[in-house]
Write a new protein. Structure first.
Length: 411
């Protein structure tokens, strides 16, 4: 998507938020009748909101010269985090809150330190790392080394999610109802190489077969005052241990001043073989979220918040309609863990392949499955999603629409 243009003196950045957070492909266009922009002119950044408020949303601009540690706006300091984005460019990241239709000016500050969240990774166990946000946990990455003798425990890597205040996990790990459902996870229960290839299950897997997804390496890591996260390499293996696909999974976490977490997940899955078929059904494939086992044990507190076109459907019932319940921009699950209410919003990037089928289960799992994906050798499937993690059940449909607009860049 060729929406970012720069020059050394003047650069205009069209802030399609999903583009900034996940990267863009050159050469395509998107009609944006109303959007948020950031203009860098003579060392000053002007952030103009579109028709929706910017609610402490992450902003990025391409920056020339030394990167400041802080920006100043109306006497207030905003921390900055910079990232080398390749080709000699430096991306400057900060959070902005701008009312709809207004513009806010940010200038580099001579201050070397300013208050912001502190994101820091720490090792939690031999095969897990925890991302701390201001000293409390935000997410936790589990990457067990595959062991056939401990198949259930080592069949896949995943990301646990904590409550916004870090007091407890709100996702399920190993065990409980459907042990293969773990945190934010990814897989397909029907993977085949060629029409005549044997079906492989990279969702729940099979102990007598041995096909798995397995962590290989850490590619990048981000820490700082604006966001934290990492890129990891994950190998997709058949029952003989042969790698038929490689995945680069990118996870970035942001924290708003109201305590909410934004978790952006991007997967780039590259095939090593011709005619790799990634299939299954809406309940057994895709990038999905699984809430704590407590949710399954206490389903009376659970409900779904859906887009307007599905608002008449009972919120405490599941929709199971793969033919019609498709291409949802977002969905949200509201539940309780140990007496504390939470809302998890799930946003599908508009650049994802079309035809996505939404899966809902009141025991705590939901997410999108995109059927019929076929990759030839060296082809890559890119999927992008955002998770909004919020305490309470106050979030409504209007708020979800606004969050999707900020994420997708389409108003």
């Amino acid at each position: 998507m060729n929406v970012i243009k720069f020059s050394s003196i003047f650069c205009t950045v069209t802030l399609l938020f999903w583009c900034l957070l996940a990267g863009c492909d050159s050469g395509s266009d998107l009609d944006l009748p109303d959007h948020t922009t950031a203009i860098v002119q003579n060392g000053t950044i002007l952030v103009s909101a579109g028709s929706h408020h910017l609610e402490q949303s992450p902003v990025s601009v391409d920056w020339d010269g030394p990167a400041p540690s802080c920006l100043e706006s109306n006497g207030e300091l905003t921390p900055v985090q910079f990232e080398e984005s390749g080709g000699g460019h430096t991306s400057l990241w900060f959070s902005a809150a701008v009312p709809a239709g207004e513009t806010k000016t940010f200038v580099p500050s001579e201050q070397e330190e300013c208050t912001g969240s502190a994101f820091l990774w720490e090792r939690e166990g031999e095969t897990s790392y925890r991302l701390l946000i201001d000293g409390v946990p935000g997410i936790e990455y589990h990457f067990p080394e595959f062991d056939m003798d401990s198949y259930e425990e080592t069949m896949k890597p995943f990301h646990h999610v904590f409550s916004p205040d870090g007091s407890q996990l709100i996702t399920k790990g190993i065990g409980g109802t459907y042990t293969h459902h773990r945190g934010i996870f990814y897989g397909y229960n029907h993977v085949r190489i060629g029409e005549d290839g044997e079906s492989m299950n990279l969702w729940s897997a099979r102990e007598d077969r041995g096909e798995v997804t397995e962590h290989r390496d850490f590619v990048r890591e981000w820490t700082g005052p604006v966001y934290g996260g990492h890129e990891v390499e994950i190998e997709w293996k058949d029952s003989d241990g042969e790698i038929f696909a490689d995945e680069i999974r990118r996870v970035k976490v942001y924290k708003r001043s109201n305590g909410e977490l934004l978790i952006d997940v991007e997967s780039n899955l590259t095939s090593h073989v011709n005619e790799l078929q990634l299939d299954g059904d809406l309940h057994h494939a895709g990038i999905q979220f699984r809430a704590s086992q407590y949710v399954d044990d206490n389903p009376e507190y659970s409900r779904f918040l859906r887009p307007e076109s599905w608002a008449d459907y009972p919120e405490n019932e599941e929709i199971d309609d793969p033919e019609n319940y498709t291409n949802l921009p977002w969905n949200a699950f509201q539940f309780v863990v140990e007496g504390e209410p939470y809302t998890v919003g799930y946003f599908s990037h508009p650049g994802n392949p079309q035809g996505g089928e939404m899966s809902e289960r009141l025991y705590g799992r939901f997410g999108e499955f995109i059927p019929g994906i076929v990759l030839d050798e060296s082809e890559t499937l890119t999927l992008r999603y955002r998770f909004l993690i919020s305490s309470g059940h106050e979030i409504d449909r209007e708020r979800m629409d606004q969050e999707y607009a900020l994420y997708s860049g389409t108003y």
